[in-house]
Design a binder for this molecule. Structure first.
Ligand SMILES: [Zn+2]
Length: 169
């Protein structure tokens, strides 16, 4: 728990981005979860913290800055942030493809893809799914996803967003 203590001493507040609606939100880092305007319960995990602040006063401008970055705000922000954002989002799919690709057969690769996407993103969209399946060389992503939903490996907590039911195989 040393790591956690160190982080909270340095930065008490942070900006997280809702995985569902992509809105930025300020949060006290002592909280484990925070509820987004859209109703989604955001888990406050280190990988999701886009900016950190020591005081609540610094938080509002940081939320604005992250929002500007997300919404493609000023040209300056775009230039500064786009390469990082692109690399990050591409990395997610690359990591998922690398893990899922080790599956013995098509079914285990599909299950693994859903589990790894859920671990990385908490909920994944159809386009996340399509990108990963394309990377795995598995055709018919929509049918494959429907099959996982039917066999209760994956559920759809919100229309168009999916997650694996069980994260530990
Ligand atoms: Zn949201």
């Amino acid at each position: 728990m040393l790591g956690g203590a160190r982080v909270s001493c340095l930065s008490m507040y942070g900006v997280v981005v809702c995985p569902r609606c992509k809105r930025a939100k300020g949060v006290n880092l002592k909280q484990k979860t925070t509820k987004c305007q859209c109703g989604f319960e955001i888990h406050v995990i280190p990988a999701r913290i886009r900016a950190r602040a020591e005081t609540a006063r610094e938080l509002a401008p940081l939320v604005g800055k992250v929002s500007a970055e997300l919404g493609g705000g000023t040209e300056e922000y775009r230039r500064a942030q786009t390469p990082v954002r692109r690399r990050r989002s591409r990395d997610v799919h690359v990591r998922v493809i690398a893990v899922a690709g080790k599956g013995r057969d098509r079914a285990s690769r599909l299950r693994s893809a859903a589990v790894e996407l859920t671990r990385e993103l908490e909920v994944f969209s159809r386009s996340d799914w399509e990108r990963v399946l394309a990377g795995l060389g598995i055709p018919h992503p929509a049918e494959a996803l429907a099959t996982l939903v039917e066999e209760n490996t994956v559920f759809e907590p919100k229309a168009g967003f999916y997650r694996a039911v069980v994260l530990n195989p």
